[in-house]
Write a protein that binds this ligand. Sequence first.
Ligand code: NAD
Length: 707
Amino acid sequence: MTDAPPLHYALHNTIAVITLNAPPVNSLGHAMRSAIHQAFQQALADETVAGILIQSATKLFCGGADISEFGTEHAFAEPSLPFLCNQIEASSKPIVAAINGMALGGGFELALACDYRIAPSSAKLGLPEVHLGLLPGAGGTQRLPRLANPAFALDMIVSGKPVSASLLAEYGVIDAVLDDADFPAAALAFTQTLIAENAECRSCATLPAPKVDAQLFTDFRTHNARKLRGFYAPERCIQAVEAACSLPFEAGLAKEAALFEECMHTPQARAQQHLFFAERKALKIPGINANVPPRTIQRVAVIGSGTMGGGIAMNFINAGIPTLLLDLSEEALEKGLAVIRRNYEISLKKGRFTETQVKQRLALLSTTTDYADLKAVDLVIEAVFENMEIKRKVFTALDTHCKAGAILATNTSTLDVNAIAAATRRPEDVVGLHFFSPANVMKLLEIVRADYTANDVIVTTLKMAKVIGKVPTVVGVCFGFVGNRMLEPYGREASRLLLEGASPGQIDRAITEFGMAMGPLAMSDLAGIDVGYLVRESRREEIAHEPSYQLVQDALYKQGRYGQKTGRGNYLYTGRTQSEDPEVLTLARTLAEELGIVQREISDEEIVERCVFSLINEGAQILDEGIAYRASDCDLIWVNGYGFPAWRGGPMHYADEIGLKCIVAAIEKYRSQLGDYGEKWFTPAPLLKRLSEEGRQFGDYLNPQYQ
Ligand code: NAD
């Protein structure tokens, strides 16, 4: 903390220049709001001042509210942000916002309340409040539809995505795009000209509600229904824009304030804000000083151009990093390249990239079958078959051919990273980089820290993850790491519930109604029933099991029903359309009879509790073992890699929200209700039990080894 004033105030002839200077993001905490308020009072009271310029001394204009103040008395203490924006708007002297870089949330709302906005074309502006379970509450939902148009505003507010200053200029929100090398000087000159020309003050309050066909909102809701399923805030954002289009400005602001208040105290807002902080916490790694200098990553190689290798390579070329793809043969490489090209063609058709952008990306990709070509790369990511012998051979070759200091990473899902590292003479350079499929799309990256992984390798891979747009979490070595290890009991229960009488359709519906992006059985069909079977088969001796364990899935595998790829699995598929298959129900009934399981009606509640609470229980065990550093890391992994609803904040946060006592009670209930099966699988993890007895939460638990 520094006591330096958050802004400075200076006069340039008749212009009062207010320069925000509270690095890193000029956040609008109480001290900053008070300082802005005071500076405006001073400028308005000074008769020599004809106009006001608000700008930033830091790299960006303003990152918005200080959300660490949420839940404290400072958050909404006066001068509040809505008050400040209204004060700015009511000013009798023209105010110019010079947006040199990012203007997000409250920062953009502040600029919207000014009379004029100027920015370089590279500046990005956005209203990301929806990602925190909120809506812009300082007039943004009322001003943006008036300044741009309702359709554009709706999209920006509900998606929360920042857009460029150039685009906003097309919509009339930015008055001038100034790409001068000296932006502050250009901003001052712009303001001087305005004053010299006696430019008027412009207020949204005087603009009529924009006229719009109500169908816009109906269509928007229909079009986005799938994406917004379960979320509370987006609907309130839509209602706020509707208010902007139907109410006078003042009444619209009041409606926005009421909707903001509705969102603010929801479990969803807590959940989404928890995830926001979780992403930041995940970068702090016990025992590693964040100031350790990272290694340089300028060239990357990917070994294996299959499903994962191709997707991984796309991440790097998308980020402008030259990437070399190595496979066993030209045929394998050609196959991999064809998939990459097809993916880009789809992106091109969807308008995500231009033809030039695709060409630039593909130009960064080269291929080889010769390990000797790897000598210049800084990072290698191995994505060959999931087989220890093959992986160890690959790592021995990498050890021979890669330069000293190159990071050698494996994308293994299940194998022991320590054993892979031991195939080299430099285990300190070896790390797991566990991408998720499709690797060019899924946000999650589990960084697996093995016994000897060097600290600067972890720091470098965390930094690299950000460069390629991933959400990284560092985890320890164990079978399945964090994500897949928590997945195991979840899948186990789904499969067992089939035997007990639930249908695949019922199980998946109950789970998707809970909020998961996909049900466990549809997911198994997508990932491949064969993949799960082969993983189990490779370690039957080691894994805990009993006669009913994944029995239906194993039987489906033996029938060649591998899921979507064979058109039959837990469901039948015609193209991508899935339907319930009576044969699966018969199979489950027959297997149940053989095991003496009496099928019964099963409630959706039981399905959700057994699947979801089992994965939470495993998460508790993982925390206790120190494989995950904190519960919020498990949440990030499940939200970004497995489709757990963000609005529930991840499984561990969800458990905290409903209370650990409730989870323990349910686990104990199934333990007594499900006979031998219950006794085998339903035991509260010791940490879960202990925290519940102490009335604590996962969120406040830190494993003693990391304290
Ligand atoms: P894949 O079968 O699609 O591709 C493997 C590629 O590796 C093939 O192109 C093959 O020719 C090549 N290859 C095999 N041996 C090689 C060698 N010695 N040198 C160079 N290339 C070699 O496999 P995949 O699904 O992409 O999986 C790759 C790795 O990623 C596995 O370790 C897997 O566990 C892991 N993984 C897979 C997924 C997934 O959903 N598919 C998700 C996460 C992690």
